[in-house]
Write a protein that binds this ligand. Structure first.
Ligand code: OGA
Ligand code: MN
Length: 212
């Protein structure tokens, strides 16, 4: 079945929100049918044993500690294309172009993985950038959880004020919601959920030499 590209538009408004606040939350980023298909694809990968326990830290010194980070992931560069992934990637490509035009960010690639959190799993408070490794400029998390209920938990706790723990918002991981934010600015964590929690998480990157 062909997927019609529903009328999501990268508006001036959206870009202004990012300029003003450093993040934006977009509902219904993809049509519901595409979200459901992506959710199925993630579950199929899980059933096939293709997900890997996510690690923490940088490439050379990566560790696994499910008390710190409990999701399992699948990088999309290993994926066969599906029409829904193609739609997602083309939207991300348009976003990348808009971000570059508006903010002169010099983003040149997008890396992305499915992430599946079993019930109860968390990802403790962290930043998506390392101090000496800042290629990740903008984080993009698309939630794939259909029929998510308020008491299912699993919120993204998003700290608005750098180091302070006082000021945060809790973002429910409901189907079709996209959270976009500057990777170096906002500590965040994943709270435990009652149900399996699925997302497509990606980062717009600059070339290493652009920022040194
Ligand atoms: C991450 C992350 C948040 C979420 O993968 O780095 O912070 O809500 N994910 O899934
Ligand atoms: Mn993160």
């Amino acid at each position: 079945m062909p997927i019609t590209d529903a009328p999501f538009k990268i508006t001036e408004n959206l870009l202004e929100e990012i300029a003003r606040h450093g993040y934006v939350i977009i509902d219904n980023f993809l049509p519901d049918s595409a979200i459901r298909a992506l959710n199925r694809q993630a579950r199929t990968l899980k059933t096939a044993g293709s997900l890997k326990q996510a690690a923490i830290g940088k490439a050379a010194a990566q560790q696994q500690d499910s008390k710190v980070r409990g999701d399992s992931i699948f990088w999309l560069d290993e994926a066969g294309p599906s029409p829904e992934l193609a739609l997602y990637l083309s939207r991300m490509q348009s976003l990348q172009e808009s971000l570059n035009r508006y903010f002169f960010l010099g983003l040149f690639e997008f890396e992305t993985h499915f992430a599946v959190y079993p019930p109860g799993a968390v990802y403790r408070k962290h930043l998506d950038q390392f101090r000496d490794q800042q290629e990740r400029q903008v984080s993009a998390i698309l939630y794939l959880n259909t029929d998510w209920q308020p008491d299912d938990g699993g919120e993204l706790r998003f700290y608005l004020n750098g180091t302070s723990d006082q000021s945060f918002i809790d973002i429910a991981p409901v189907a079709g919601k996209l959270v976009l934010f500057l990777s170096g600015e906002f500590p965040h964590e994943v709270l435990p959920a009652r149900r399996q929690r699925i997302s497509l998480t990606g980062w717009f990157r600059t070339r290493a030499q652009d920022i040194r």
